[in-house]
Design a protein around this ligand. Sequence first.
Ligand code: GLN
Length: 583
Amino acid sequence: MGWQPGPNPGILKSRGRASFWGSPHFEYEGTGVLLTMARYIFITGGVVSSLGKGLASAALGALLQARGFSVRLRKLDPYLNVDPGTMSPFEHGEVFVTDDGAETDLDLGHYERFTGVPARRTDSVSSGRIYSNVLERERRGDYLGKTIQVVPHVTNEIKDFLAIGENEVDFMLCEIGGTVGDIEGLPFFEAIRQFSHDKPRGQCIFMHLTLLPYLAASGELKTKPTQHSVKELQSIGIAPDILVCRSEHPIPQKEREKIALFCNVRKESVVAAYDLKSIYEAPLAYHEQGLDQAVLDAFGISPAPRPDLSIWHDVYDRIHNPEGQVRIAVVGKYTQLEDAYKSISEALTHGGMANRVKVKVEWVDAELFDTDDAAPFLEGFHAILVPGGFGERGTEGKIKAAAFAREKKVPYLGICLGMQMAVIEAARNVAGMTTAGSQEFDHEAGKDRFEPVIFHLKEWVKDNETIARDVLDDKGGTMRLGAYDAVLTAGSKVAEVYGETHITERHRHRYEVDVTYKDKLEAAGLCFSGMSPDGRLPEIVEWQDHPWFIGVQFHPELKSKPFAPHPLFEGFVKAAVANSRLV
Ligand code: GLN
């Protein structure tokens, strides 16, 4: 049986706008036209975690594309959760949602932002998912009475996963989460070893990221932890072809040679990774250090096509030479951990690049003014963004932020929960429904106590199929997830922003604006400018007598790229720039 790839709108050309350069960067995806079968690059890490493996993988993907190859990036996570959907944003950072409705690791966001290739359900897997598949098959009797073991059953399941779509692209980049030596990671390391062994020689390479710590007292970079990390890899049968060494200081030639000799890699394959001002410098920086050349050499691809890095030079220029600055408040709940809003902060950066300004994002905890006046916390910002979120905590503060933005004519972008809070604010303070609220915060009281302008959606249609869910269902994977179409009202602000009236955006939520309140809210001036194609689900609201106030039920931040900023973020930052000229 093996893995079934989900429905795959990802392979369709994106309907998003072209990039700055008019080049259809999204269309890099395609069949492996240059190579007859996919080459696999396995990316592992050692010494410490958080070295930026995801970023290195994404940047390498972009560099291979710049040389004309097609790529796909995958993440294999050793944790036991079946997917990150149920993990706290405080612990794991944001959940990245794919078009085909998978809740995945935030590294998939990096992959998409750097390559423009829409990720699919089959680009992310965890130990939990692998074991759950194996156990499901065991219950079904698929293993014909055999004893189920990590090797071969779990490792085979991982290998099946790795092989999905192997003939579609030139390069498949597979990142293994965690660090070498982690107990949970072992089946993955064993599986990639076997996978490369099963393939013809030269079809798979291993790239290992390590850290060279600097000892200030002796003024030296130390290579020993890297040597140990490579030994650990070798002890499980994997010999790295490329070492990417993170370092805060320049790596002297002598140290490079030492690493190369002791770790048994070529010296050109010891690639330095220095700290960068912006993550978007990574493709250029890695190219300068010879990473893409080292990879092509390791595969024996010669002569290597010359890279066209013009888009990354332009991105670099836009980041390093802004012509102004705007201050934007993100009023949220998970403000202690920036990774919880990773895609939002990146999309704001992209919006800044499109307008050639630097966006200074300030994280404001909505709970600070749950019961207080919001004005002292929000005055002075050029725009306000209220992001998605779950649960009641901080929601009164978010409602106040929406009220402040509406009254003071400050540009406002409400995303998912941020849209729902703007609707409650409109209902309470403008349409006279003083008890308006959301069923998310009060399942039991029902209509007696408050007006549920935001209600729990239990049934909807996707691809002509009705999907039904109940409050009591499991929390995992029970939301309206993935890409859905919306139809925009011609002449509305949002249609102007998008430059079109049919859009597709990614969703991740259980609750919806109740369409039965539409007339009442529209009479109060809140325009429902985007609806699901069947007209049942409000997708976008906007205030008409406001310079820029838009709430969207979906997550536009997930589709923004540095070379193709999302129109909503481009428009929002533009409005912030206009507002900054007024204050
Ligand atoms: N908690 C809200 C819902 O489930 C909003 C979700 C979100 O912001 N992603 O509908």
